[in-house]
Design a binder for this molecule. Structure first.
Ligand code: GLP
Length: 200
């Protein structure tokens, strides 16, 4: 694990962007694993987003599909067929697992970008998720629903489930870049850096 300490969130953005840009320059056919975020990418690049809320349509303004279109895919010359996001209409885990197959077919993820939930979740893998998990339908914890409700008009509008890459899917990436900034992430980062390796 390579820990990069930065001053603040803007500096984290610069460091992360430089890393991604450097990897794209070195490999024009790179396969990126993306989180909801914004980074310039070019043709040939393939992208697999981490997760999506279950039960909301891609046109919903809080869907991660909508976020990716608005903040990145509509602004760069990436082939839209190369942009993968789990479907919010996924009905069961058999369907969800096909996402891992698509990633494998693309040659695996070269660089996976991750954020960090306040409770330590990555993607939508809440504390306690299995290290062996692949893409599946997951339940959101009350604390994640509470934290994410800031983006919705009403807390009751926040989906209670999501489709998320599993911890195994994520760990299979050749490199992982996790960005965490702000006081509300400090506790989770402390455990990540200093604590024992657990599913928490
Ligand atoms: C959501 C996403 C996570 C993300 C987390 C933190 O729950 N599913 O992938 O890491 O939010 O978001 P933020 O960076 O806004 O704190």
């Amino acid at each position: 694990m390579n820990i990069i300490k930065v001053k603040d969130n803007p500096e984290a953005g610069i460091v992360a962007s430089k890393k991604i840009a450097e990897m794209i320059k070195n490999n024009p056919n790179i396969v990126l694993g993306l989180a909801t975020g914004s980074t310039p990418i070019t043709t040939n690049v393939k992208a697999f987003n981490l997760d999506e809320y279950k039960g909301i349509d891609g046109n919903h303004d809080q869907s991660y599909k909508f976020f990716m279109k608005e903040t990145l895919f509509d602004h760069v010359n990436i082939n839209k067929n190369n942009c993968h996001i789990p479907s919010g209409h996924t009905n069961n885990n058999e369907e969800a697992a096909k996402y891992d197959e698509e990633i494998k077919k693309a040659g695996g993820i070269d660089l996976q970008l991750l954020g960090l939930g306040v409770n330590g979740h990555v993607g939508f893998n809440e504390p306690g998720a299995s290290f062996d998990s692949i893409t599946s339908i997951v339940d959101l914890t009350e604390s994640t629903i509470e934290v994410n409700s800031r983006f919705f008009e009403n807390k009751k509008d926040v989906p209670t489930q999501a489709i998320s890459m599993g911890l195994k899917t994520i760990a299979n990436a050749k490199e992982i870049l996790l960005i965490a900034t702000g006081k509300n992430k400090a506790e989770a980062v402390k455990h990540l850096v200093n604590g024992p390796v657990t599913t928490e």
